[in-house]
Design a protein around this ligand. Structure first.
Ligand code: NIG
Ligand code: FE
Length: 415
């Protein structure tokens, strides 16, 4: 009996149709009341009301899953994290509470470079086990696909070790991992003033192996004052594109450098953070179809202004929301926190937030044809909420409402 019929969902959120969803389309999440989903193996084969699907498919070879009183929706796609790393930086959080800034901690040797030493010291097995534990907790929040970045190695051996850990986790954990190479994540003291040389080393000595072993689909860079300049970022991204990588960019997080404009210029799949992006930068991203990935938990943790997601939507851009889980600027993967911050501080409706966390997140990892919505032909990555409406998501503030997670047609978590 490989068929399953989920039926009587109080609200079935499909997120079906065009992908990604831009501007006003982000409000169209395709709710079906008393909804049903038919699954065969790992795929969704039909979607409709319970009455429609029961008439057509109710048969002896079908397991019935009753979702009475529940909201059923696509699994969340956390499209921006740095979840594979060694050690922690809890002390830095307390320094920031005292008034130190993220960049001042970085400039005196803390920040990303502190995680580099700890990640270099960790074995592959240690990284895999720590990563697995974090993925277990992602799954509890209903995340069924996660993007993960390297960038705590800054040398060949450790960058590859991080990516190999993610490859192993993708193969052995129910949550799917999409990997991003982010060698240019920080500048070690020995490369200060020689950033181009560092990028060249990454491009010529590390990235060919990443390609050869199929260790990452995306290339990313931290474009920021005192990290990588616009010129160095442009060079790196264009070279990475020639090598066949899709592009992402950490843009305009602390200082408005023009990262949003650069993302549009190089044809990046997505640009991330965007707290300081200019209006021209936002318009350029909307026009060229760059997905604007906002990371509100990072703005919250750093006590920075939130990205202007309303402006992005008004300009007709496709907005995604992700956790940015990492050991420094944002050590949380809480989806309920993201929902609360997005609704309360970024001013998004719950419909827009759901789009940003599902189909637009899927598009940000080039998977919108396979995941992110409940439609025939898609992978059966489906979550059940223990309340009958999406409106409980922001209302039951910061509480995890996920009670069941189905991954590839199998129930992998029940609370
Ligand atoms: O997206 N800004 C750069 N990279 C990460 C932070 C990494 C860290 O602090 O360890 C980010 O916020
Ligand atoms: Fe990040």
């Amino acid at each position: 009996m490989s068929k399953k019929l989920i039926c009587h969902a109080a609200e079935l959120v499909t997120c079906a149709g065009k992908a990604p969803k831009h501007g006003k389309e982000m409000s169209e999440i395709g709710i079906i009341h008393d909804g049903a989903v038919l699954i065969d193996g790992d795929k969704i084969i039909a979607v409709g009301t319970t009455e429609e699907l029961k008439q057509k498919y109710d048969g002896a070879d079908c397991e019935i899953i009753d979702a009475t009183g529940k909201t059923v929706m696509p699994g969340f796609v956390d499209c921006h994290t740095h979840f594979v790393f060694g050690g922690y930086r809890a002390d830095e959080f307390s320094w920031r509470l005292r008034g130190d800034s993220y960049m001042s901690i970085m400039e005196r040797g803390g920040g990303i470079n502190a995680s580099v030493s700890k990640t270099r010291a960790a074995s592959l097995e240690e990284l895999v086990e720590a990563g697995r534990d974090r993925m277990d907790r992602m799954l509890e929040f209903g995340v069924t696909t996660v993007e993960g970045k390297s960038g705590y190695g800054l040398d060949k051996e450790t960058e590859l070790k991080q990516l190999r850990a993610m490859k192993e986790l993708n193969a052995s954990h129910p949550v799917d991992v999409v990997s991003t190479f982010m060698g240019p994540h920080s500048v070690l003291p020995e490369y200060k003033g020689k950033e181009r040389e560092f990028i060249e080393m990454m491009l010529r000595e590390v990235m060919p192996i990443v390609k050869e072993e199929n260790l990452a689909e995306f290339a990313d860079i931290f474009t920021e004052k005192n990290v990588f300049s616009i010129e160095d970022s442009r060079y790196y991204l264009n070279e990475a594109k020639k090598m066949g990588f899709h592009l992402k960019i950490h843009a305009d997080e602390i200082v408005q450098l023009g990262g949003a404009e650069l993302a549009a210029e190089v044809g990046a799949t997505s640009a991330e953070h965007l707290l300081q992006s200019s209006e021209a930068g936002i318009a350029a991203m909307a026009k060229s179809g760059v997905i604007c990935t906002t990371l509100p938990a990072t703005a919250f943790s750093l006590k920075e202004e939130y990205a202007n997601a309303r402006r992005m939507i008004e300009e007709g851009a496709a907005v995604a929301i992700a956790s940015d889980l990492n050991p420094g600027s944002c050590f949380t993967n809480s989806i309920p926190l993201l929902i609360a911050l997005s609704c309360i501080y970024m001013g998004l409706s719950i419909e827009e937030v759901i789009t940003a966390l599902t189909i637009n997140g899927a598009a940000a990892v080039n998977r919108a044809d396979k995941i992110g919505s409940i439609e025939p032909g898609k992978q059966a990555d489906i979550i059940f909420l223990r309340y009958p409406s999406i409106h409980f998501l922001p209302y039951h503030t910061a509480i995890n409402l996920v009670d069941t997670v189905m991954k590839n047609g199998e129930i992998v978590l029940k609370r």
